[in-house]
Structures are given as C-alpha cells and as structure tokens.
Design a protein around this ligand. Structure first.
Ligand code: ADE
Ligand code: ZN
Length: 331
C-alpha cells in the first residue's frame, strides 16, 4: 500500500454505509437475525460481486442491507467502517443512510439512528474519525415517500447534515424530487444527489438547477456536455467521483478509460471516494492508488484532490482550515 496516500488525511464524501459491510459481517447479521441468504459462506458471497451495471449491483446490495434489523446491527456496521476509515487515513466521512430501505421490515428511523449515532460517538472517541449522516432518498420509490421520510426524520435533524438521492438513476430524473429538496433546504439541510453516473448529463443539470445541490455524486457523464463542464468549472461545484465503482459497474470499461484525470486537469472540482467499498474492491486509499496507477497524477495533484475533499465536506470552516494545513504539511 502506498503509505503516502494512506497517511494523507482524507475526507470521504460518498459512502453508502450499507456498502461498507464486508461479507463476514453480512453473514454474521444474517445468522444473528435468522435471515436466509443464498450464499453458504464468505467466498460464495464474494463470488457474487460481479456486476453488469448499477441495477445488477443494487439487487445484491439491497439483499445484504436486509440483514440489518436491530440497533446493534447498525452499530456494528458503522463502527467497523469507522475503524477501517482510521486505518485508511480517512479522518472525516459523510455517510449515506437510506432509511426507506427498512420500511418494509418496519424498522423506524429511531432504531437505525440509535445504532448509527452511538457508533459515530464511539468512532470519534476510539478512532478519531468524524462522521456526518446524509439522509439518502431512493429514487425508484415515489417522491411522496421521500417527502414522508423527510417528515419522519424531522425530530432527528440534529443528527442529519443533509439529503441525498441514490439507487437506480434511470429512468428517475432529479426533477421528480424538486419539492422534497426545496423542503429540505427550507429546513436548513445540505443537498447532494447522484447524477451523471449511468444517467445523462441532463440529470446533472437538473440536480444543479432544480435541486440546488451543493455537490454532485459521481457526475462523470458531465463530460458529454461541454457547457455543463464549463459550468462545473466556473461554480467549482464538487463531484464526488468513485473510480473503482465506475469500473466495477461498467460506467467505464477500465481505469485507463476513466475521465477522472481529464476532468481534474480541466479544472473540475474532483474529489475521490469509494461509494460501496466492500463490493467494489477498495476503500478510499485504494481508489487514489488505482487512479495513480492508470493516470499521470503527480504528488501535488494527489494533495490537491485530498484538499478538495476536505473543502467540499460539510465540516465547519475552522476544521477545514486545520485539516488543509495538515495536508499541505504532509510528506
Ligand atoms: N447505492 C449504492 N451505491 C450506489 C451507486 N453507485 N449509485 C446509485 N445508488 C447507489
Ligand atoms: Zn453512490
């Protein structure tokens, strides 16, 4: 492992907490909660990590998330992830939590947050990692359900920094969620959304113009529209790019074909993230390493990427400044 990258203080801004569960934990939770999975052991589960596209991944991802039932399950998942953050040099993370995934099992927000927020407290104490929660809506479910979820989450807004939008991108354009995002904004929440992963550049425009997002998750298909790239450069709207995810889900055929270097060199505000590290073969450091192996990023570029991540986070300005100083002093 590249110790320079590993020890560089990094922020992770695009991490689905359910996508951080390693096979060992998924099988442990299935056993603990008496849920049958069609995989007899870790190797069998890992062998299923071959995806043709986003949907083929999501099918497995939701099956694994279904093993989470009790506060202690959410606690174990989150604390294991925060421990790996520390090992990976991730000093701050902003996780997506998809409360709607648990509705069918009648798991209410209070139960989910009981486990996750306790783990976040413990993670800060034990591993020195800060963690914010982003309430992530599922775009294949009705916008009305997203609105209800936002309302149900209102008593817990002290534990939630913002809203996001994920799952099957096509054919669920951002504009469907305009009212929910307007309400989230009026309630003081930050806004991010997946756009331009599998969906077209127009979805990125919609996320910017109609949802008013602070960051775009993925966004790599912006390259299909030069005017959009120009706009992203001018406004410095951050993209949370997830290189290993994009190759694993066949957004790009291989890392050499990924446009992360081109976007970065053009002046787009690129940040590097892992998305669903357990499923896509790597955490944040692995993602940095993968783009360095395939593209001519210099050490100065890597430092800039790490600074972009901190700057694009929702940390208070003083904390950002302190981390950026540490990054600049990093050798
Ligand atoms: N949920 C988990 N990972 C995702 C991804 N890469 N795109 C959209 N939704 C997701
Ligand atoms: Zn994602």
């Amino acid at each position: 492992m590249n110790t320079f990258i590993q020890s560089l203080p990094k922020a992770e801004l695009h991490s689905h907490i359910e996508g951080t569960m390693e096979p060992e934990l998924i099988l442990k939770l299935a056993d603990r909660n008496k849920i049958k999975l069609p995989y007899s052991d870790e190797d069998a589960l890992r062998r299923a990590y071959q995806f043709q596209d986003l949907q083929s991944f999501l099918n497995l991802y939701f099956m694994c998330a279904n093993t989470l039932r009790k506060p202690e399950d959410f606690y174990d998942m989150t604390l294991e992830y925060l421990k790996r953050c520390q090992q990976d040099g991730v000093i701050h993370t902003e996780i997506f939590v998809e409360f709607q995934s648990y509705r069918e099992n009648n798991i209410v927000i209070e139960v989910i947050l009981e486990g996750i927020s306790a783990a976040i407290k413990q993670g800060a104490k034990e591993y020195g990692v800060t963690c914010y929660i982003i309430l992530c809506f599922l775009r294949h479910r009705p916008a009305m359900e997203a609105m209800q979820t936002l309302d149900h989450a209102a008593p817990y807004f002290d534990q939630i920094v913002g809203v996001g939008l994920a799952a099957a991108e096509r054919p669920y354009p951002p504009h469907l969620f305009k009212d929910v995002y307007d309400k989230a904004h009026s309630l003081g929440l930050k806004r991010v959304a997946h756009a331009g992963e599998e969906g077209p550049a127009d979805y990125v425009w919609q996320a910017l113009e109609l949802l008013g997002v602070d960051r775009i998750d993925h966004g790599v298909r912006c390259a299909e529209d030069p005017k959009l790239v120009q706009r992203l450069i001018e406004t410095q709207t951050p993209l949370t790019v997830c290189p290993l995810s994009n190759v694993k889900l066949r957004v790009f055929p291989d890392m050499a074909s990924h446009n992360v270097y081109k976007l970065f060199k053009a002046g787009v505000n690129v940040t590097i993230n892992a998305d669903d590290p357990s499923f896509f073969g790597g955490y944040v450091t692995d993602n940095y390493q993968a783009i360095m192996d395939a593209h001519p990023f210099t050490k100065a570029d890597i430092i800039q990427l790490a600074k972009n991540g901190i700057q694009a986070s929702f940390l208070p300005p003083m904390q950002k400044t302190a981390w950026i100083r540490k990054i600049e002093a990093h050798r």
